[in-house]
Design a protein around this ligand. Sequence first.
Ligand code: HPA
Length: 272
Amino acid sequence: MSKYSEISGYLESQVDIKPEIAIILGSGLGRLADYVEDAKIISYRSIHEKFPEFPVSTAPGHKGNFIFGRINGKNVIMMQGRFHYYEGYSMEQVTFPVRIFAKLGVSTLIVTNAAGGVNLDYEAGDIMIIKDHIRLSPNPLIGKNLDEFGVRFPDMTVVYDKGLRAMAHEIAGEMGIKVFEGVYMNLTGPSYETVSEVKMFRIMGSDAVGMSTVPEVIVARHCGIRVFGMSVITNKATSEDGELLDEQDVLVHADKAATNVMAIVSEMIRRV
Ligand code: HPA
């Protein structure tokens, strides 16, 4: 039995909820966990203690828990805190939970993140529905293909489900929440971008940059999981006049937009 089957089997023995939808919460969005009803929390640490190959999370603003429960009548598993490549985890570790989701029978993944605005129309606190991505980190599928999940060369033509994107626009419209739709680009971090790098990213077609999401999304698509993603623009990626980027500002803006993000996400969960 693979380690993924073993760990998902262990989780199934701990909770009686079979999740249909998985939600990954980004930096500063962790309090969205409060929306889960009948929450059963399983810390990454407790899994790591039984299965050492399962990682534990260290980034600021990130807790390390799986939360099983219900949102608007649907069974969900939420990741409060994710694993970043810049923390020193391997891509296999970064994407480990997604393969657990696949084993648990999850069919839809909703990812959120904090990102820097590259598109000049974006302001701190804006929300961007992810239309597509540009991967600038290593590909998480490098290495022997895991045939138990998917094919060697998975298609990436339509990564972010069109129906879910349309639904998110419709809901945001009904709720009077302004949303953009754009291209997310991932970098490894942990340093933020230079002014010149951001100019280059704009030319390349990026609307927002961040340090997560793309590896998990690629692995989810490899497993055949349908994906929806949303970024909170916490800052302009760089300012020409040399205003410096502060990690605390990122968290404050994420917190402000979190209410709107969750309003959209919870209504999407009701409708899927
Ligand atoms: N760059 C990269 N990642 C980020 C940023 C940024 O400006 N803001 C939040 N995450």
